[in-house]
Ligand binder design. Structure first.
Ligand SMILES: Cc1ncc(COP(=O)(O)O)c(C=O)c1O
Length: 391
């Protein structure tokens, strides 16, 4: 059986988890901070906050940015539902904007048009997604967002290690906080770094960082400098007693456990290795499908692409999908456009609203892509696809 993606757990990973299980902390221990520091260094940002999963990371972002009922936030329909749902959790309105058919990413020209058509202040934020692992040009999005007073959350779940080249010729790594206010990652098993469930928020903004720490743990702070109740109320004489803490806002329990953080930390050490292998696999796919008449589009070889997914756009996608399954190859479809999910249709979204995303959905198929896929397995996948269209 060849899945579209899978985790790679080594003996070292297992040992890291076992060591933590045998330690004093199962949660709220030292591994979480260690993971955050190592991840921030890997991504190249100042602050990282580890959380329970990528969806929790998105929710904390919209909370920290103060999304409220009536706020309008723009995102792409070709992403996992959570990229949009985080706006709804805070009562905001999701405004979908179409994709660029070449990159499969949110089309900045369509977003600009949307912003220009309404008075400034109509939209509060933009959530671009590094879909499939291809980095969004956030420098361009930042300039646009600044013109219209919008914040940016970069959904980098697919792109740890990915980058784009900025106007000065420098590499800008996904989630590095140079352009987006906040970025998020997921450590679901099919992602580059797996911790079972898990997520990370990255930012260069200290104020948002402090807010996120508080929101992650019930809105509770434990810091003498931040307390607002008096020392005498707290039960101390000259200083706050050691047990004292304050709940200063309405937060959640979105913490990751220490043994998950230990697994994430161990996986992080091999992140670059995995990325190299993903890029090798992509190059072989690209070469194999180049110029084939049944291929309408493909992820291709793109500098800085992190290849969470390798997408082909084909004719007779249903036939190919079923044929691959018969051969124990479990390709996947990413994604059913979110604006046409029954939940979002209730807000008036309908077929024809996002023609490029809808056309993409008719043809897309994600091929197996994971670092432990062998050359032989990849050859088997490619041969099966070529054989199907030769029939
Ligand atoms: C683009 C994108 N955003 C958000 C998420 C949510 O992450 P999680 O599954 O960790 O909640 C995912 C993961 O499935 C994703 O692919």
């Amino acid at each position: 059986m060849i899945p579209y993606g899978r985790q790679n757990i080594t003996e070292e990973d297992i040992q890291a988890v076992v060591d933590t299980l045998k330690s004093d902390y199962l949660t709220q221990g030292p591994k979480i901070l260690e993971f955050e520091i190592a991840f921030a260094e890997y991504i190249g940002c100042k602050y990282a906050v580890a959380v329970a999963n990528g969806t929790a990371a998105l929710h904390l972002n919209t909370l920290a940015l103060g999304v409220k009922p009536g706020d309008k936030v723009i995102t792409t329909p070709i992403t996992f539902a959570a990229s949009a749902n985080c706006v709804r959790y805070c009562g905001g309105e999701v405004i979908f904007s179409d994709i660029d058919p070449e990159t499969f990413l949110l089309d900045i020209h369509a977003v600009r048009k949307l912003l220009e058509e309404s008075p400034k202040g109509t939209y509060q934020g933009i959530i671009p997604v590094d879909f499939a692992g291809r980095a969004v040009d956030l420098e361009a999005f930042r300039a646009l967002a600044d013109d219209f007073g919008c914040w940016i959350i970069e959904d980098s779940c697919h792109s740890p290690g990915g980058y784009f080249i900025d106007s000065n010729g420098n590499k800008q790594h996904c989630g590095n906080g140079n352009f987006a206010d906040l970025a998020i990652f997921s450590f679901h098993p099919v992602k580059h770094i797996a911790s079972g469930e898990g997520g990370m928020i990255t930012t260069n903004n200290e104020g948002l960082y402090q807010k996120l720490l508080m929101l992650r743990t019930h809105g509770i702070v434990k810091s003498n400098e931040l307390y607002t109740n008096s020392i005498s109320f707290a039960g101390g004489h000259d200083s706050y007693p050691l047990w004292y803490m304050e709940m200063q806002g309405l937060g959640y329990n979105y913490r990751i456990t220490d043994f998950q953080a230990a697994l994430g930390l161990s996986q992080l050490k091999r992140a670059d290795e995995g990325l190299i292998r993903r890029r090798e696999i992509a190059a072989v796919y690209e070469e194999s499908f180049q110029g084939k008449s049944f291929v309408k589009g493909q992820s291709g070889v793109v500098e800085g692409h992190a290849y969470h997914l390798y997408v082909l756009e084909v004719e007779n996608r249903l036939g190919l999908y079923n044929y691959l399954r018969e051969h124990q190859i479990f390709a996947q479809i990413h994604y059913i456009p979110i604006h046409l999910m029954p939940y979002y249709r209730q807000f008036g979204w309908k077929e024809g609203d996002m023609p490029r995303a809808e056309n993409y959905y008719k043809h897309c198929i994600s091929l197996p892509m994971y670092p432990t896929m062998s050359d032989e397995q990849q050859e088997f996948v490619i041969k099966a696809i070529v054989d199907f269209y030769a029939k």
